[in-house]
Design a protein around this ligand. Structure first.
Ligand code: DGJ
Length: 709
């Protein structure tokens, strides 16, 4: 039973395999957080459950660590809920009414019920528990039980109070297009550190995830508290440290330019903000989050196929003949899925026209799309296609027929980004248009895979079709409608797999991943830059969903020349794809690629569903190294990348996750297979014979039959 209620002490205790999460209702009725971390005797916290006044300026200090901050009275910390009633009163006095424990999605769930002392507003706080992963999924629901409207001005998913630490260091990711998922650290001082998106989608500049430690945690050691929000629109995570040294992280849908009308009888449910604890550093945190995605978030269990995508080879110049040429080369290499990217529809010869007109371009496919699909299938591959349903080029039939279908303010000219505007997904007819054309596309062609792109932010957020008091619902309605569309398509076409892409990795989060099987982390396909992007990505997201393409050298973005083996090894640390212009590849390169693809198929179960250990980072070293191990420690693969050798020196690398007493066959270190004990591999490490610039190696480690721990 992971939920224990100590009624006599007014304490709630959530137990997971290795943690305690404790809070109580104090004498003023405030839900006061008391502890979160490694397992303790929770009832010992009872003596700390009390209201504390410091001065008339800080009358209820415990409100700095309230389980959920209702804005009203003397509560001044980051609000979890701020509301306005129909008589213009903007003050909440939420009184604890009771609790219930029930199963939610098969998991034990504690639900706290609070009610305003005067108004007809109820709030339910949910704590859904995943004991074996030490995770708690938190979300909240507001219910209008009266006759009058209530305006929700800010409604966050959860507030996580951190335990006391000598210093609080926050880790997060920052980035930009082509440079997503860069790891950053900041030590908090009094005030707030905010990471956010106000651009209408998750965004490349930050990602809704945080980790907190006392400055001493590292990849494989130390205590780390962390959380990740499942929302694909405007979001905000606020880490706040007070003068009384309380540190709290509040997160949810961004309250900027946002409000929600809660009409009589209606309720609003926030997205889930999952929180967890790891006592084995950032690596432990990531392995927990990877397993969480696989077991609780992703829609399917299927392993990722090796795909080919023609975007970098042909851009908008998509013609059946060249696509078939590419497909033949891809099939020869062992590719399993062939994907035609942008440019196959309407008058889409550049990014200036055609977006919105989803009919196959007859000039580009004179025998129809199915002729290409048949060729691809005959070559032994399945077929995928690119779409960007939320956007429209003004130069398109769709826009000419429906200029009012985009978000806009009547007195403003809509800003065009990549020559496109954003469709108003909140309008029922627009939503239906997207469902209809996608249904047509998927039911009239044998398509196995959809890459769903979104290449701009939202501007001029006028929500046509909605009354004045609901205009600021746009940010939420866009995402709700997007989720509805994906849910409907996935239900209608259960065998079609989906990728989330937004000009690279700008819409990857636990909200979108409930619908998407895989994700495109970045348009930057330089295998060296990718190592940093992929490292940050795997802090939160599983290598299983991380699509990585092998592209041409020199790289189109930065001109860097890299050996084919380096490009493959970098891409093999996630879900492998090929994105180069194969028509230009020499036969020897196609041959070498085939060998790498064969190796990948032999190790992909480790990369995609094994445990990942990041052994070395380019942030601190000239070596990047990452290892994957199966659950019973018998099978492992390591990829090592050298940036630049200096002074003729060689490096050593210590492995992880093996069984000390087992003897392993180690392939890849030298020409011969060597036998080494797990203890030797992990404690003494292995010598690396890597040389020059941009060297890389794949090392395969397999337990010898008959050896054991
Ligand atoms: C942006 C994506 O990230 C690319 O992979 C490609 O699909 C282009 N859009 C197509 O316009």
């Amino acid at each position: 039973m992971p939920i224990i209620v100590h009624e006599d002490k007014h304490l709630f205790e959530i137990q997971t395999a290795r943690t305690s999460y404790v809070f109580g209702v104090n004498e003023k009725g405030i839900l006061q957080h008391l502890y979160w971390g490694e397992t303790i005797a929770a009832h010992d916290c009872a003596h700390r459950l009390r209201s504390r006044s410091h001065s008339s300026f800080d009358a209820e200090v415990e409100r700095e660590c309230e389980e959920f901050s209702f804005w009203g009275g003397v509560g001044y910390s980051e609000p979890s809920l701020k509301a306005q009633f129909s008589d213009q009163v903007r003050d909440l006095k939420m009184v604890f009414e009771g609790y219930r424990i029930e199963k939610d999605k098969g998991l034990e769930c504690l639900i706290l019920i609070l009610k305003d002392a005067f108004y007809n507003l109820k709030v339910h706080l949910y704590y859904r528990i995943i004991p074996e992963l030490d995770l708690i999924e938190r979300y909240a629901e507001a219910v209008n039980t009266g006759e009058d409207d209530i305006v929700l001005e800010s409604f966050q998913s959860a507030a996580w109070t951190m335990p006391y630490m000598l210093q609080s260091r926050m880790t997060h990711v920052a980035g930009s297009w082509a440079g997503e998922y860069q790891l950053r650290e900041t030590v908090l001082s009094e005030g707030k550190k905010i990471i956010e998106s106000r651009r209408g989608f998750t965004g490349p500049h930050a990602n809704p995830w945080f980790a907190m430690d006392d400055g001493s945690a590292a990849e494989s050691v130390g205590e780390v508290w962390f959380g990740a929000l499942g929302w694909s629109g405007n979001w905000k995570i606020v880490a706040e440290k007070t003068i009384f040294e309380h540190v709290r992280v509040t997160g949810g849908i961004h309250d900027f330019d946002s409000q929600w009308m809660l009409r009589s009888g209606e309720s609003f449910v926030t997205p889930v903000f999952v929180g967890g604890y790891s006592s084995s550093g950032f690596g432990g945190m990531s392995r927990t989050l990877h397993r969480y995605q696989r077991e609780y978030i992703l829609p399917t269990e299927a392993k990722r196929k090796v795909l080919y995508n023609s975007w970098e080879a042909t851009t908008f110049d998509v013609h059946a003949g060249e696509q078939i040429e590419l497909a033949k080369k891809a099939a020869k290499m062992g590719v399993e899925r062939f994907v035609v990217d942008d440019g196959w529809f309407g008058k889409r010869n550049s990014d200036r026209a055609g977006l919105g007109d989803w009919d196959v371009n007859p000039d580009k496919f004179p025998s129809g799309l199915d002729a290409l699909i048949r060729e691809v299938n005959d070559l032994g591959m399945d077929f995928g296609i690119w779409v960007e349903p939320e956007s429209v080029n003004p130069d398109s039939e769709l826009y000419r027929n429906h200029p009012d279908w985009v978000y806009h303010f009547p007195t403003r000219t809509g800003t065009q980004l990549r020559n496109q505007l954003v469709l108003n997904l909140a309008m029922p007819e627009v939503k239906q248009y997207i469902i209809d054309f996608m249904t047509r596309l998927l039911s009239s062609h044998p398509i196995a895979f959809i890459k769903w792109d979104m290449n701009r932010t939202i501007t001029e957020p006028g929500l046509q079709g909605f009354p004045q008091e609901q205009q600021r619902e746009i940010w939420i309605r866009h995402v709700q409608s997007l989720y509805d569309i994906w849910a409907e398509l996935r239900a209608k076409f259960p065998n079609v797999e989906f990728e989330t892409c937004a000009g690279g990795g700008a819409r990857i989060d636990f909200g979108m991943l409930r619908f998407a099987d895989q994700a495109w982390p970045s348009d930057n396909t330089d295998a060296f830059d990718r190592l940093r992007i992929q490292e940050g990505f795997t802090y939160v997201y599983s290598p299983q969903i991380m699509m990585c393409w092998v592209t041409d050298s020199p790289n189109g973005m930065n001109g860097r020349k890299l050996p084919l083996s380096f490009r493959f090894h970098s891409a093999m640390t996630g879900a492998l794809g090929i994105g180069g212009n194969l028509r230009e590849w020499a036969d020897s390169e196609i041959g070498e690629a085939a060998v790498h693809i064969t190796s990948y198929k032999e190790i992909r179960h480790l990369v995609q569903v094994g445990k990942q250990y990041r052994l070395s980072s380019l942030r601190h070293s000239k070596l990047a190294a990452v290892q994957y191990v199966n659950d019973d420690h018998t099978d492992s693969v390591v990829f090592v990348f050298l940036h630049a050798q200096q002074f003729g020196r060689h490096s050593q690398l210590k492995l992880q996750g093996l069984a000390g007493g087992m003897v392993y066959d180690v392939e890849g270190l030298s020409k011969e297979t060597v036998q080494l004990h797990g203890s030797t591999l992990m404690k003494a490490g292995i010598p690396l014979n890597m040389r020059g610039d941009f060297d890389s190696v794949m090392i395969r480690i397999k337990a010898r039959e008959g050896t054991h721990e």
